[in-house]
Design a protein around this ligand. Sequence first.
Ligand code: ATR
Length: 276
Amino acid sequence: MKITAKTKICMIIGDPVEYSLSPQIHNAGYEALGIDGEYIYVASHTKKDELENFIKGVRAMQIRGIAVKTPHKTAVMEYLDEIDAVAKQIGAVNTIVNDDGKLKGYNTDWIGVTKPLEIISPIKNKMTALIGAGGAARAAAYGITIKGSKLTIFNRTLSGAQELANEFGGAAKSLEDLEEIKNMDIIINATSVGHPPHENETPVPSDYIKSTHIVYDIVYGSNAPTKLIAEASKKGAKTITGIEMLLHQGFAQFKLFTGHDAPEEAMRNVLLKNVK
Ligand code: ATR
């Protein structure tokens, strides 16, 4: 045991949080870099009405870093001292860094969307279809447009897509026009369709998917491929699961908390070993 009185605490908060794999992933990262005496990563199941007290606790106990999960990503912003410009634009904070008592909020979710795509191919000038207009879609819309990809947002409720397009750029369409994705390069699902309890559903009819597509299901569920991912693989398309979203937003968080580049392989291995 390398924990001492100098060990800094990082944690993830959410409601629920018990199924989060972030503690295992980050602690494996600390171990791989030999800094597991400098940092420890735990979790806090924090209810909505305890959020303000939680932040007081962070200040009192000098917690170094906090990963913020649903339902706190927007609500937590009012309790921070500073918000990074990107997080402000996305309207959500998923990462808080405590520098000598000053709490600054960041958003790394958009990196979790763009990085895994860029590993496969540059996304500049590509045509990207984003399905959904909720919280996850906001970070995706920011990332996709900032990287110069041409965005079309498809949403069940057209007004939601329109709002997002007004803020981040791109075109807004309802799901009735979804067939247009046949001619696009990248398909991102940011809806909960395909995840428990809707695991037998897919937001995209398989006829619309081609072998030239890159299909990314960003909502993190389980290791089992969603119906969308399974059908896209069958068509020969390149696929990316929500596991990559979890990893890449976490790698960026790791750097913000510790200043070190994340040891990606060690963190990925522990996730794959523990994910159901
Ligand atoms: P999150 O924060 O995870 O993004 P959210 O904010 O509740 O979750 O957003 C859910 C998204 O999934 C929305 O875009 C929602 O569409 P609406 O804006 O029309 O509500 C979409 N969604 C949820 N269930 C859906 C379904 N059965 N079919 C199509 N879209 C669905």
